[in-house]
Design a binder for this molecule. Sequence first.
Ligand code: RIB
Ligand code: CA
Length: 327
Amino acid sequence: MPVPIIIDCDPGHDDALAILLAAGDPAVDLLAITTVAGNQTLRKTTLNARRVCTVAGITGVPIAAGCAKPLVEPLRVAEDVHGASGMDGPGFPEPRVDVVPEHAVELIHRILREHPEPVTLVPTAPLTNIALLLTRYPEVAGRIREIVLMGGSTERGNRTPAAEFNVHVDPEAADIVFRSGVPVTMCGLNVTHQALATPEVLARLEGLGTELGRICVELLTYFAGTYRRLWGFPHPPVHDPVAVARVIDPQLVHCVDASVAVELRGEFTRGATVVDPHRYLDRPVNAKVAVGLEVEAFWDRLVAAVAALGGPARTAEDAGDPGAREA
Ligand code: RIB
Ligand code: CA
């Protein structure tokens, strides 16, 4: 039986791939997509979620916009990483998928109440919406199967030396989630940096011969430029789909039990996730922490999901084949 999930995201190049993996893989049932401010403003991340659903032909999955700013911090977007639109690179048609009028927190709350079985939440963004849900509706925690999030790191950060972006944008929200008592699995940078979109991966996506495959290649090509310029990475890591992969098949993402604390007061370390698998701090275990990725199988699932979503085959003319025009 497919696992029912809700993705809470801030598209975002890698969020887009997480949505495609969730929508295209039969092991999960994507019940809803909710958006939050993070990589870009809420208006832009929500427009991008609508764009992804439009080009992927994802219909019948409600999209709801959530919080426009973190709980305490001012919003600091990642325009240097994802561009002015939040998903620079491809051109997108006008979205044909709209948002529902409910706030993201209300939509998640309603689904959790109404769905016949507990639902897995997959946040791939700052945790503002999820923290607000748990604070406003604490009784709903029992209807959450688990929270499998992309965020944090067992090692260094990518927004400060200590803090990963999603946690750094809203450390208070992350602290609420890790203290909530809800089963949490953390997929941090230490594991998502293993999910590198190499030229071989791009060739597989291009080889699908579909518009959606081409859009994925253009997203990843833009992302590659960012990661080369900012961090000297030869290939871009796609962070967010790793959290979805963990739900699809836990064997894809190896985890250890650990206590995770979110640093809120450190002058240089605010937003750091302090992961303690060796129990130095004698704090209770409150999370599964991802440490390893079955890289080849991960990419097999992601490429298969994009293939399954299909989309119109690209004509030779689309591909810029000069001979096509004479035909
Ligand atoms: O640090 C990586 C995370 O920050 C990813 O979710 C990416 O989309 C950005 O939101
Ligand atoms: Ca994200």
